[in-house]
Ligand binder design. Structure first.
Ligand SMILES: Cc1cc2nc3c(=O)[nH]c(=O)nc-3n(C[C@H](O)[C@H](O)[C@H](O)COP(=O)(O)O)c2cc1C
Length: 73
């Protein structure tokens, strides 16, 4: 499958902050990607000054899919 990352023990989702949130392409990816149970997931944002709630948004999207994001920076 195109978004199958089930072979990973650790996976990071790196993204630019857009409008205090996530770019659509990142949201679409998170809604499709498959991780193995227990994969250590982290988020890594690049931004220009206003990070606000993008990490929380990513965490919630992953939670809705049954995944836990362990760290966000
Ligand atoms: C449409 C758009 C919306 C953006 N919104 C935000 C924002 O809400 N907060 C912020 O800190 N940076 C924002 N940025 C800046 C990007 O996060 C930044 O360009 C990206 O992380 C890449 O960093 P660089 O431009 O220094 O290479 C936005 C950029 C674009 C193009």
């Amino acid at each position: 499958m195109e978004f199958d990352q089930s072979g990973c023990d650790v996976a990071g989702i790196a993204y630019p902050v857009y409008c205090f949130g996530l770019p659509n392409i990142v949201t679409n990816f998170v809604q499709k990607v498959q991780f193995a149970t227990g994969t250590y997931l982290f988020g890594l944002a690049s931004y220009r000054g206003l990070l606000i709630s993008s990490g929380r948004r990513l965490k919630k999207l992953l939670q809705a899919r049954g995944y836990t994001m362990h760290e966000s920076a």
